[in-house]
Design a protein around this ligand. Sequence first.
Ligand code: 5AD
Ligand code: SF4
Length: 441
Amino acid sequence: MAEPKKLFIKTYGCQMNVYDSERMAEAMGGQGYVTTDTPDDADMILLNTCHIREKAAEKVYSELGRFKPLKKAKPDLKIGVAGCVAQAEGAEIMARQPLVDLVVGPQSYHRLPQLEAEARKGRKALDTDFPEELKFDHLAKRPKARRAPTAFLTVQEGCDKFCAFCVVPYTRGAEVSRPVARVLEEARDLVERGVREITLLGQNVNAYHGDAEGGAWGLARLIRNLAEIDGLDRIRFTTSHPNDMEDDLIAAHGDCAKLMPYLHLPVQSGSDRILKAMNRKHTAAAYAELIARIRSARPDLLLSGDFIVGFPGETEEDFQDTLRLVEQVRYGQAYSFKYSPRPGTPAAEREAKMVPADVASDRLARLQALLNRQQMDHQQAMVGRTASVLFEKAGRMEGQLVGKSEYLQAVHVDAPESLIGQIARVEITEAGPNSLGGRLL
Ligand code: 5AD
Ligand code: SF4
């Protein structure tokens, strides 16, 4: 038998890309490829890219440059760019970096095997279509290998919200939901292979409306049905828009025991003026009220969010409104960014209103200091409490395992390896900013 060819995939950006990378690796598995964790011995290198901020996109070009010596040493090596930079920049990528052989967008990667074959013939291959057919229906069935205890499952892609700063509606296209039956089938398959926690993914996952017999289902109904799968113990979902948090989904946080008490619900800003300029279509007060309603369904919910500082036109007063909202709402985890103009988005045209870089950096530092304090408070509040931990893998220290609490906090515990894939009660004994320590009960 011929030696299998080796595929190195590097994934940037969000969890959807992590999921897509897995599916691309499986698609190439059908072409005789196995994955490798170093580019050095690869026959094909694929960068699965992110276009959300300028820095993320630029990283791709500097990484590509680093492959030059590899390509020189092995002219047969094929280099591909997938994901959102591929979608946004298309053929320009090959013009800017001629060592790239193929470019494939996030909606057409089921065609990756054909593109690779093209590239093997020495032709540049490009596919950034939004095909009529759903890629998921054309991807090979997932192999039956045993899996890690946690998995991502993409149920929805694209976004129709058009926040003024965001490239997603352009790179991932309009909102599309996968049919209910396909999602349930994939979930059952994951569980058969050892998965106990599934995170449902979508750019706007709570807008999910998957076709089913008798009419479309929303996310809450999907979650309640997934919860009936024996062996599936934990369900999470990300990322959501506040305006799509329907009553049933809020209720599910209170009455569906398998839905974990963790919610990533970005608000971006606490200023109504900036929220309007961002086209978020809700006010800060409406967001705070929504959080209060979700917390009345699930009081111990750990809330996570995203923030942008330095959006065009943001004043110190607007920024103070953001700090005030954060003080009011209290986050257990958060991601915050300096605004980065993205080509083709409405906000990128508001150059005259750009906030000076040093002002934006200063605001980011102040916001992060507050968010870090809140995160630390949540971490410390766990000390002395019992958490339920799903062990995922060996820890860095001998004899230690790492798992996640129901609140998605990393927890390190002395425990035997046989507990990987199991859920155990753990008494939390120490708290650091990004992880907890505890002992088995
Ligand atoms: N600049 C900075 N941050 C952005 N995000 C999206 N677009 C931009 C941009 N142009 C952030 C938002 C979003 C998260 C995924 O990335 O906070 O929720
Ligand atoms: Fe981008 Fe999210 Fe807004 Fe959609 S809802 S445009 S993905 S920030």
